[in-house]
Design a protein around this ligand. Sequence first.
Ligand SMILES: NC(=O)c1ccc[n+]([C@@H]2O[C@H](COP(=O)([O-])OP(=O)(O)OC[C@H]3O[C@@H](n4cnc5c(N)ncnc54)[C@H](OP(=O)(O)O)[C@@H]3O)[C@@H](O)[C@H]2O)c1
Length: 296
Amino acid sequence: MQVLWFRCDVIIPSLSLGVLVVSLLIGSFFFWHEIQHEPDTERNCNMAEAAQSNWERYRAEGHQAFILGYTGEVGKELIKELAAAKLFKKVVLIGRRQVDLDTTVGPEFEQKVVDFEKLEEHSDVFEGLDTGFCALGTTRGKSGVKGFVRVDHDYVLISAEIAKARGCKHFSLVSSQGANKNSSMLYTRTKGQVEEALKVMHFDRISIYRPGVLMCDRTEDRPGEKVARVLLKPISYLFPTAITTPTEIVAKALVNNVVAPSERTQELYENKAIHQLSGTSKACGTQSNQESSKSK
Ligand SMILES: NC(=O)c1ccc[n+]([C@@H]2O[C@H](COP(=O)([O-])OP(=O)(O)OC[C@H]3O[C@@H](n4cnc5c(N)ncnc54)[C@H](OP(=O)(O)O)[C@@H]3O)[C@@H](O)[C@H]2O)c1
């Protein structure tokens, strides 16, 4: 049969073959990422498994924390995890606006609205908070190049400096997969530069997380990311640790790590390691946290 200038008996098999080859290539790419070895698998899995047994000791130590970026997707999940675990005597939520918090959030959480352009004037909000979580960030599309660098680089580092001066000992940063100070891409270069600058601030402990594409029902309308997430949903299902991370997994990893004693002053968790640390990775042979919290 011939439609216009196409011969269907030729074009349909060729197209099918093309689609099959492309699918196989894409599948192999993600499969290859999925089976990559994570050198710290045993350590990450052990930390995840021991997490809940560390809670009591950690609570008794009387830590106080702050969260930057708490109104964002990772931040919101982190609040949920911390509200359930009740690990901190006090959690100060530092942001540029006040939001309604979930009713499950306890009285140990308090919001502080600050002007990030004059953060030094608000430095007292960091006073005595020994543990910091930072999930601040914007996009180039939303804030332009200058705005992106201002938030993802300057605000992060200024906050970290003030926090350290006010007593922060353990700083956790949600950075990004591919972060590299020498990258030619603005996003990954900025993330890499922030990581490098944080490392030389000499916190007692610095934990850097490099998640892949964050999977979540984002409140903010980002059409490009929405399309990517739809396309990546099957990939995330088939190859969960290859290049995606649900935001709740990042939050679980942040919490499991913070309660664990560490022999390292600097920790770097790539995407696969984040899954392991969260206690949900099949590589650990256990769904420890999820399972045990369900059975409680
Ligand atoms: N999207 C991804 O797939 C992906 C992948 C890997 C890593 N990451 C990184 O992971 C981190 C957390 O991501 P996310 O998706 O949870 O971020 P998000 O939902 O965009 O939230 C970002 C947070 O930063 C705050 N923020 C943004 N611009 C600000 C400004 N000008 N002044 C003060 N606060 C500002 C937001 O406050 P408001 O609510 O007030 O705006 C919000 O609390 C980010 O650093 C991001 O770059 C993202």
